[in-house]
Structure formats: C-alpha cells, structure tokens
Design a protein around this ligand. Structure first.
Ligand code: ZN
Length: 350
C-alpha cells in the first residue's frame, strides 16, 4: 500500500506512536489532472482502546457527505477516482505478525449509478458457516469468487458436508486423534484441475465444477472432505521418522469411501473391459478404491480403518497387509485382478 501523500502518512504513523491506537486511513483523490492530491477521508480504528472487544471498533472520521456506518462497516458515497489505504502496523512487538490486529474483510467499490441493492461480490450470502447437527464442527462454504455456484453449493454441497463430515470422523478414528473442528470449502476461479485440499482448506476449481454440476461435482467435494479427516501430514510434522505415505492409499481411501459407501449406486469405481488394462492395485483413485473394497469384503472389514490409523500415525509399512490379511499386498493385488479377469471372461487381457 502506498500513501499518496507523504505528509499524511507520516502523520498517521506519528499518531500511532503517540496514542497507541490503530487505524486505517482512507485517502481519496480529487484531482485527476497532472497532480494527484489525496484528502484524508476516514480513519478506522481496528481495535478498541480497551481490548474487551476483539472484533472491530470502528471510529470513522468522514469528511464527505452521505456517509453511514454500522457496526463493523463504513460506507462512503464519494465522487473520486482513486482510493488509497494507509495501513498502519498494529503489532510492533511481534515481528512475525506485524498486522496481527489489522483486519479488513471487504472493500466494495461500486460505480456511480449502480443500484443500491445490487449485491456486491463477497456479500454474506456467498459465504456461509454451517454447523454439523451435534454442533461439534463448523464448515465454511465460500462461493464469493463464483456467485453463480452459490445456490448449487448451498443446496447440494452444504447438506452433504454437514451430514458426512461427522460420519467420516467416526469412520476413520485413530488413537488420540481429533479431527479439525472447522474447515472451508472454497469455490475458486483461480484453482486448476478439479479440487485440492491443504490442511483444512478445500479449493474447488469453479470451471470444472460448472461443467460437472449434474455429474460428479458433489462426489468430488466428498473426496476432498475425506482428505480433511485423513490429515496424514500431521504425523510427518510431529515425527521425523514417520514412514512414507503411499500416494495410492492417500487417494484410494477417499475414493473407496466415496464410491462404495457414499454413492455405491453410481458404480463409479467398477473395473470393466475398458479399464482392465490399468487395473493394478496401486493405480490410485477409483481403481485402488475397487481393490480396497474387494480386500475389505474378502479379508478384513476393518482393513481401511487400520490402514488409515497407521498412515495417520506415520507407522504404515507394506508388511502390515500380511498381518491384516495373511497375504502381501502384491499377492492380494494379483488375486483381485485374477478374479476380475475371470468375471469379465477375458483372462490374460491387458
Ligand atoms: Zn484426493
């Protein structure tokens, strides 16, 4: 952020030091000719003098007409071309978080003549926080970047997430593990591919979702929610000796739960003559999901729970398959494939 007027900026900083208060300064440009000058329009204190209220204390000094404020909000109706924010550091004692108590969530600049009621991007309706039935989990659904998907997300994704997240947490326990109490699902216009999860943020690519709304869209979010429950990265951060997490299990487990427990009627993870050539147990995603389902039904009803727990604790080893089923994972993979080939009547294919 650049202050348009060095003097004003200097005054701002001086004031902070003197009073120990914090504010943002809104500077509005009036002249558009050769020299741009800025006028101080408003100062917003983002922290109360006493720290009882951690949210927002707004003190607005507005020099222009038609300005109204409500808690946490300032509205200005002005005729200017440039808007400059001079944000003053709030946490000088904590160098790693210099803006710890400086917040601004949204700035909407609406063109003159726009109707007052027109919803600006980022309005409340496009970002909702849902609570699971037992109140234990909070799920943020954010379609700010793709408002055309708001209705779909709130109708289809929200109820699924609220219903299934607590179920998934129960389905995939491990000793001492507490699943994240909150996570967000963000439909993003910047994301590529389908969707990805980092920690407790699921980012879905708006473009792909628009093209798949009637197809696999909701199930794709379901898959990502399983990643939020998995949290296999935690073991690695806590334990430098954590074993490697095989990618095919990290992706195969969410697809197993998706295709065989959440939406079995869609038969989305079947092996047919079309994909038989790729049917290797560690081919990941829905092929590995098919293998896991087969192994669960044939050898061990708790197999996925056991694998998940050891993966999350950073203790997974291929040898564990032998403990759980009496066979190595390679033997199981061969047996699974032979059964499929027999069923499809195309032994030796691929
Ligand atoms: Zn995945």
């Amino acid at each position: 952020m650049k202050a348009g007027d060095g003097k004003l900026k200097a005054e701002s900083r001086k004031r902070k030091v003197d009073s120990g208060e914090w504010f943002l300064a809104f500077l509005l440009s009036e002249s558009l000719k050769t020299h741009v000058t800025f006028t101080l329009t408003a100062q917003i204190n983002t922290r109360m003098k006493f720290h009882f209220f951690s949210i927002i204390g707004v003190v607005a000094v507005v020099t222009f007409a038609m300005c109204s404020t409500s808690p946490g909000e300032i509205r200005m109706v002005v005729e200017h071309r440039y808007l400059v924010f001079d944000m003053v550091q709030t946490e000088s004692e904590e160098p790693e978080e210099p803006f710890g108590n400086t917040f601004y969530s949204e700035v909407d600049v609406i063109e003159a003549g726009a109707t007052e009621s027109s919803e600006a991007p980022g309005s409340q309706a496009e970002k909702v926080v849902l609570e699971s039935g037992d109140g234990a989990y909070k799920i943020t659904l954010d379609t700010t970047e793709a408002p055309d998907l708001t209705e779909w997300a709130q109708k289809e994704v929200g109820p699924m997430a609220v219903e299934w997240y607590p179920k998934l947490v129960k389905m995939l326990p491990s000793e001492g593990y507490e699943a994240p109490a909150a996570f967000s699902i963000i439909i993003s216009t910047n994301a590529n591919g389908v969707a990805a999860t980092g920690g407790t943020r699921i980012r879905c690519a708006a473009k792909w979702f628009r093209a798949n709304l009637k197809g696999e869209a909701v199930g794709a979010v379901f898959h990502e929610i399983v990643h939020v429950v998995q949290q296999y990265g935690r073991a690695r951060r806590a334990n430098p000796n954590a074993t490697r997490t095989p990618g095919w299990l990290q992706e195969g487990i969410p697809d197993y739960i998706r295709w065989f427990i959440y939406e079995p009627r869609t038969h989305g993870a079947e092996i047919t003559n079309r994909n038989l050539a790729r049917a290797k147990y560690d081919a990941s995603y829905r092929i590995s999901a098919n293998f896991l389902n087969w192994a669960v039904l044939k050898y061990d009803k708790e197999l996925v729970q056991k694998l998940n727990a050891s993966l999350r604790q950073g203790k997974y080893l291929d040898d564990q398959w032998k403990d759980y089923t009496g066979h190595t994972v390679q033997e199981l993979g061969d047996e699974w494939r032979a059964e499929i080939e027999k069923k499809l009547g195309s032994a030796g294919a691929g």
